[in-house]
Design a protein around this ligand. Structure first.
Ligand SMILES: Nc1ncnc2c1ncn2[C@@H]1O[C@H](COP(=O)(O)OP(=O)(O)O)[C@@H](O)[C@H]1O
Ligand SMILES: [Mg+2]
Length: 368
């Protein structure tokens, strides 16, 4: 058994996902996993940094980087305490960090994930790998998405072409061709839950639309839907990746000219937008897809999944639990796997996915 810990805190800011994963070359098995809460004050500080309110604040950045490092370490210590393992059983932690900026298309591209890995290492006593995205950017790539290589390693089939759809704050797809000689492909299709969450939070005070029930109670606004669908991100050529600095509450407002639309109809329309842009991306770029496999928090939005099934025609559609991996833990497991790749000097970016000029080893190691 070779155990790694994966730590993921995505654009949704809903919680830190932490999992202990047993990793062999083509199989991962999740031994224990937890959601670790982000205190609301820290979440607000993260949002201030992400939304750039009040200008860039280096003091705040330094403070929140340190606090997130401590929080990640607490998540790991809680995870280990609840499990049958001890810190000595863990080869390394793979920590994605919290994305504060993602600017892959700038003249000088960069991406910034925070959560001090020195602190994680110090407070857990476990070698920590972080900063997975920057090496890919340095190699000319978008630095995202990074999970397709992991999806390929554990979810590809020799019998059918598959698309993995990860619906977190953003939605990203990985195309896994059945022919092992064909390259993995994938990109961010656009918003996953982020618009659904922010609209829902503003109008109902709930953090998310549980089961998609609120959206289901509304009706589609064709006009708003078509306006949003015309956004240039959806027609932008691949490789492409995006984040909360683009798709956010202001993005919705920019298209919401008719303010008389009922808020539940907007929620219904945003749900359709997420579903439609995912299926359109598959139809346009990977039409040979035979099976669609859903993961990420969006896998629990029943109404969104109903819409995805309807729009995907006669393709088989299911979620990763069918393959023994809880949809909630796929991303954390991916970063455990990426830590394993880094420690073993295995290149883990997919040039066709990120646009990097070559395969490179991802991550920076903080040895215990
Ligand atoms: N039962 C549910 N019903 C509807 N949406 C859900 C449910 N459970 C989780 N979600 C959605 O999943 C999101 C979290 O997804 P996650 O994969 O953790 O995203 P990220 O990687 O951005 O943190 C929540 O913010 C929410 O929108
Ligand atoms: Mg999350």
């Amino acid at each position: 058994m070779t155990l790694y810990i994966g730590l993921m805190s995505g654009t949704s800011l809903d919680a830190i996902d932490a999992s202990i994963v047993d990793i062999t070359e083509h199989r991962v098995s999740i031994k224990h996993a937890i959601d670790y809460p982000i205190p609301s004050e820290l979440k607000q500080q993260l949002l201030t940094l992400i939304n750039n309110k009040g200008g860039d604040n280096i003091e705040l950045l330094g403070e929140v980087d340190a606090k997130m490092g401590e929080l990640f370490a607490q998540a790991v210590n809680q995870l280990i305490t609840e499990s049958v393992y001890s810190a000595d059983d863990i080869s390394a932690i793979g920590s994605h960090g919290q994305t504060i900026r993602h600017r892959p298309d700038n003249k000088t591209p960069f991406t910034l994930q925070i959560g001090d890995a020195s602190r994680i290492c110090e407070l857990t006593g476990i070698t920590t790998v972080s900063d997975f995205r920057r090496r890919d950017i340095a190699a000319g790539g978008q630095g995202a998405p990074l999970v397709p290589a992991f999806h390929r390693a554990v979810l590809a089939s020799n019998n059918e072409n598959r698309c993995i759809v990860n619906i977190g704050g953003m939605a990203n797809i990985s195309y896994l061709p059945k022919d092992p000689k064909e390259q993995t492909a994938g990109f961010d299709t656009g918003p996953g839950n982020v618009l659904l969450d922010s609209w829902c939070h503003t109008h109902t005070n709930e953090n998310y639309d549980k089961g998609g029930n609120w959206a289901k109670s509304g009706s589609l606004s064709e006009a708003l839907f078509n306006e949003m669908l015309s956004d240039s991100y959806f027609s932008q050529a691949i490789p492409k990746s995006t984040g909360r600095e683009y798709f956010n509450f202001d993005w919705i407002k920019q298209y919401l000219n008719d303010t008389s639309i009922d808020s539940k109809d907007v929620q219904r329309t945003l749900t359709e937008l997420t579903a439609k842009t995912i299926i359109d991306a598959i139809d346009q770029y990977f039409p040979e897809t035979q099976q669609i496999i859903i993961c990420g928090g969006g896998a629990y939005n029943d109404y969104l999944n109903e819409r995805l099934a309807e729009l995907s025609g006669n393709r088989v559609i299911q979620n990763t639990s069918h393959y023994g991996i809880d949809p909630n833990w796929v991303e954390a497991a991916a970063f455990a796997w990426l830590a394993h790749c880094c420690i073993n000097k295995i290149p883990a970016n997919e040039p066709l996915v990120t646009g990097a000029h070559s395969r490179v080893v991802l991550g920076a190691i903080y040895p215990k």
